[in-house]
Design a protein around this ligand. Sequence first.
Ligand SMILES: Nc1nc2c(ncn2[C@@H]2O[C@H](COP(=O)(O)OP(=O)(O)O[C@H]3O[C@H](CO)[C@@H](O)[C@H](O)[C@@H]3O)[C@@H](O)[C@H]2O)c(=O)[nH]1
Ligand SMILES: [Mg+2]
Length: 242
Amino acid sequence: MAPTKTDKYSVIIPTYNERKNLPVITWLLARTFTQHNLNWELIIVDDASPDGTQDIAKQLIKVYGSDKILLKPRAGKLGLGTAYVHGLQFVTGNFVIIMDADFSHHPKFIADFIALQKSHDYDIVTGTRYAGDGGVYGWDLKRKLVSRGANLFATVMLRPGVSDLTGSFRLYKKQVLDHVISETKSKGYTFQMEMMVRARAAGYSVGEVPISFVDRIYGDSKLGGDEIVEYAKGVLGLWVSV
Ligand SMILES: Nc1nc2c(ncn2[C@@H]2O[C@H](COP(=O)(O)OP(=O)(O)O[C@H]3O[C@H](CO)[C@@H](O)[C@H](O)[C@@H]3O)[C@@H](O)[C@H]2O)c(=O)[nH]1
Ligand SMILES: [Mg+2]
C-alpha cells in the first residue's frame, strides 16, 4: 500500500542552539517529501536558544510557507520529552516523525520508514543503529559503550523486542503517539526508551529501519552523567511497573 493523498507527515524537531543545522535539515526534509510526492509539515520546538535558532526558523517560514514550517517555541530549556508533547499539540498530519536537528538522523531514511510502515501497517517505525546495516559514526568509545550499555540494560530487564530503545528517529501513527506519550513519565534521555517499552506493553506493532547515526558536526551534545543515572532509574521503574 502506498501513501494516499490524505496522508500527511508531521515532523517534530526539538531544537536547542541549532542555528547552523536547521536550514540544511529543512532543505533535506523538503526535498525528501517533494521527491516522494507526500504532504508534510515541520514543527520546530525551540527552547529559547541563545544562538538565534528562532530567527532562522522565521526565515524558513518565509521561504517554505507557514503551512509547511511552524515555529512553536517555549520560554526556556525544558528538555526533550516535553518538547515532543508540546509539538504534538500543533500536529495536523495523521503520521508524526520525530528526529534530531543535527544530522545524526538523515532525512533520506524517512522514505524507508514510510514504505515499511505502509507495507505492514505498523503503528510505529523506529530507526535502529543496532540491527542490519545500522551503525554509529563519530562517537568515542565511551559514548558508544554508554549507548550500547543503556540498550542492553533495558533489553535484558524489559525484553521489549526492539533493537534500539534509546534512539529518537521514529515514525508514529498520530493516535498511537498521543496514547503512548500520555502514559510516559520521564522527560530527558530516558523518554525514548520508556516510550518504546510502553508501546510494546500496550501491544503496538513496531518496525525497524537500520540507520547510520552520525555524530553532530556543529554544536555540542547535551548528554551528561546525571542523565545516565536518570536512565538507569527509569529502566528499574519500568521493570517494576510494566
Ligand atoms: N527544544 C529542545 N530541544 C533540545 C533540548 N535538548 C536537546 N534538544 C534538541 O534535541 C536534539 C537532540 O539533542 P542532542 O544534544 O544532539 O542529543 P544527542 O546527545 O546527540 O542524543 C541523541 O541520541 C540519543 C541516542 O543515543 C538519543 O537518546 C537522543 O534523544 C538524541 O537523539 C537536537 O535537535 C537538539 O537541538 C531541549 O532541552 N529542548
Ligand atoms: Mg545529537
